[in-house]
Design a protein around this ligand. Structure first.
Ligand code: A3P
Ligand code: MG
Ligand code: MG
Length: 386
């Protein structure tokens, strides 16, 4: 039901007869100096329990507990990340598409924190230009350098705020359904790594034999700004460093990552070009300053740990002319958010603007006038309209 094709279908909407403009994604179109980006500030958080139920508290926040000797490089590791894959693994149901559900639940319960203040009263229910998940913004940031996977981002304007939610592409659905056992194991290993480094209390110890349940999460909700765009963003946080020199979030948060051990300059180069791009985008967006990485050998055992300061990552790739430039990522994001503001002008929760992108092409857009896949669900419209 693309409205762009037959606007006469829905006379109540003012949709232009011409199709919305497209947006270029090539890095050369987005070079320049780094745009203004304010360190996000945490407004709240929530947790998802082992059954994926929402709780408006920090019960699933975990605490970093590094092995003794890590800093001196003397830690004896060898952690088996495949342990428990057969018998202690509860997988989140990826067929259940949650969209913005948990984030909107948080907004509903905390809308007093988001109202426009008296002086700059914009009349908006949520005084932000955009609301989205960090994961969606990460995909936007990586777009100029992405050569494999396209994306679909659905956008709705509701009472002055743009809500961005991802839709699974046909290709990524297919890839998910055709995942091999080896790929499943690799996914599991990323979570298992967390079991080795996270404790339930600041002075507790990790329990590496625990059941891995990917329904569980602690999510921070933050206010951010990129150039002229204000946003509310939420993302999963792996753990908090109880010994952080700056105890206030997001500066005390830590991201955990795994990667294959590097054995050649070629592997090292591709780690810098592809992995560090994603790691940097993901952590930079929320203002998470530290990434603890575990490198695994071909047998799936962790052989070394390394700390990466998020702010130092761009320097690691600067020497490689074929690598990525953080300014391009941020400038593209800035351009895309401006593009959304220009294209999405119908303020109606039933109207969804669908932005699609495939590597090598421009971002295009279609409009669904009375969408079957809403970005902003009815319960949210009801709750906020009261
Ligand atoms: P690694 O990133 O160490 O591989 P996150 O790092 O974002 O906290 O995610 C934790 C783990 O979830 C990842 O660990 C990985 O195992 C799995 N995971 C996250 N996103 C994924 C994706 N898009 N595809 C496959 N696995 C993913
Ligand atoms: Mg995580
Ligand atoms: Mg992680």
């Amino acid at each position: 039901r693309g409205l762009g094709q037959d606007p006469s279908d829905s006379p109540r909407l003012k949709i232009p007869h011409v199709s919305p403009p497209s947006l270029k994604t090539h890095p050369s179109c987005h070079q320049g100096s780094f745009p203004f980006y304010r360190l996000p500030s945490e407004l709240g958080f929530f947790s998802l329990d082992e059954k994926r139920c929402y709780h408006g508290d920090g019960r699933r926040l975990r605490y970093l507990s590094l092995p003794v000797g890590m800093d001196s490089g003397g830690a004896s590791l060898g952690w088996d990340l495949m342990d428990g894959f057969e018998d202690r693994y509860v997988r989140r149901n990826e067929d259940e598409k949650e969209g913005l559900l948990h984030l909107l639940t948080w907004v509903k319960e905390n809308r007093g924190l988001l109202r426009a203040n008296g002086r700059s009263d914009s009349g908006r229910l949520v005084d932000r230009d955009f609301v989205s998940w960090r994961g969606h913004l990460t995909k936007i940031l990586c777009t100029p350098y992405e050569t494999q996977e396209g994306w679909i981002l659905a956008v709705t304007l509701f009472k002055g705020t743009l809500y961005i939610s991802e839709r699974e592409t046909a290709a990524s659905y297919k890839r998910r359904k055709e995942r091999t056992r080896e790929q499943e194991k690799l996914m599991y290993s990323g979570y298992k790594f967390e079991s080795h480094l996270c404790a339930d209390s600041p002075d507790g110890s990790p329990c590496p034999s625990e059941v891995v349940n990917t329904n569980e999460a602690f999510c921070s909700v933050l206010l951010g700004r990129l150039a002229s765009h204000s946003f509310l963003v939420s993302g999963e946080v792996d753990c908090k460093d109880p010994s952080s020199s700056n105890p206030s979030p997001p500066s005390c948060y830590v991201e955990l990552k795994t990667s294959a051990q590097m054995r050649s300059p070629h592997q090292e180069r591709s780690f810098h070009r592809y992995k560090l791009l994603k790691w940097w985008c993901q952590s930079f967006l929320l203002g998470i300053p530290l990434i603890v990485a575990g490198f695994r050998n071909p047998q799936g055992r962790i052989v070394s740990l390394e700390k990466f300061r998020t702010s130092a990552i761009p320097q690691l790739v600067r020497g490689d002319r074929q690598s990525w430039d953080p300014a391009v990522c941020m400038n593209f994001c800035n351009a895309f958010l401006s593009h959304i503001k220009k294209v999405v002008t119908t303020d109606d929760p039933r109207v969804v603007f669908v932005f699609s992108w495939e590597p090598g092409q421009d971002v295009t857009c279609t409009v669904e006038a009375d969408s079957d896949h809403l970005v902003v669900p009815e319960w949210y419209v009801q709750a906020l309209s009261q």
